[in-house]
Design a protein around this ligand. Sequence first.
Ligand code: AMP
Length: 429
Amino acid sequence: MNILVIGGGGREHALVWKLKQSARVEKIWCAPGNGGIAEVAECVAVDAGDVAALVALAERIAPDLTVVGPELPLVNGISDAFTERNWAIVGPSRQAAQLEGSKIFSKEFLIRHNIPTAKMYGACDSARDAYAALSSVDWPLVIKADGLCAGKGVVLAPDAETAKQFLESVMERNELGPGGQRVLLEETLEGEELSFIILTDGERYAPMVPTRDHKRVFDGNRGPNTGGMGAYSSDELLPAGLRDTVISAIVEPTLRGLAADGIPYQGFLYVGLMLTKNGPRVLEFNCRLGDPEAQAIVARMDFNLSEILADVAARRLDPAKLRWKSGASVCVVLTSGGYPEKFETGKRIEGLTSIDRETGVKVFHAGTKSERDSLVTSGGRVLGVTVAADSLETAVALVYQSAERIHFDGMHYRKDIGAQAGRVKAAGD
Ligand code: AMP
């Protein structure tokens, strides 16, 4: 089997690494890939959001299966373009990807199908309407830019002043681009957050192991939001009773609702939940695996990923085939100094070779590239040190021992990934 993987971050490196373990996988291409992926796959310099260029690439290389990592190609319709040509692909259609591509679409879907979520105060397409709507909301208020905004589209506004500043910047000054032209105003929920991710062929589904990610840049959930500073997975995150509730009140109604709306969904579906004192509520949908949740999930996979994904593309998923390693896993992201604000790249990375030889530890690359004979940083999130072990404590200890051996100028990482004790609750984490 020859596979094309689309994307170039830590999530895609984890997918490529796992796919490559299958005896029947001969070749993997990755568009665009990165410095780490290049060691196991052929990287092709095609932009992940450029559907026409990806179609041209697939025409040339004729992969047996295409796996899409990020949301942009999905929202741009890659799945439709490949399916029209009868090419096997894992990832939802452009319409189904609206669950992530439009917060208002997703909220209206949740309301239509009675799926528990934060109360909507309004959906506004002009700054004027949005300012007017502020007079009839409760504070603090959550405001969400409707479209894709690279993680910057949500604000938790304690008062009208902060709300107005955000609305001004996204709706009047267009600081987030077209994604900010419409906004959703909703109730603020309190509780712990949990990611629940499933893989579905539109009819059958299999849950991934539960994960929690850490979005703030500093320990104790302080500092600005990032793409993700780390994630961990442990079965204890989701007690059986809660798991049943999430499945019966959220996951199954979502799949039924999509089918009823005539939007068959195929691929990974990420459900971001707030565990409130009144039960789990949907915060958001993503139409793909999270990054770095994917790294923690892949580390616990005990099945043949290429076979399962080929089954999904052929609409014949057998959930019983997905087996998981017991215990836990952790992924700690090493970032460039200054990220998520300004940072420098081109820093030489040292210490990786000795770690790669260690069993149970895998370093997934996110922002790296090869330069002459060495590996250098090329992005904000650089590496994801990932470990699966019998217990969360062991996984955390080993992941930090390994992270300490890696070095590049300005390197930063959180020291409290997976450390639930002393956890400080904060929105955005
Ligand atoms: P979203 O992209 O919709 O998941 O929002 C990003 C982050 O904002 C979430 O991970 C939460 O931490 C926070 N958030 C979103 N919606 C709410 C809400 N209704 N109440 C509290 N926090 C929220």
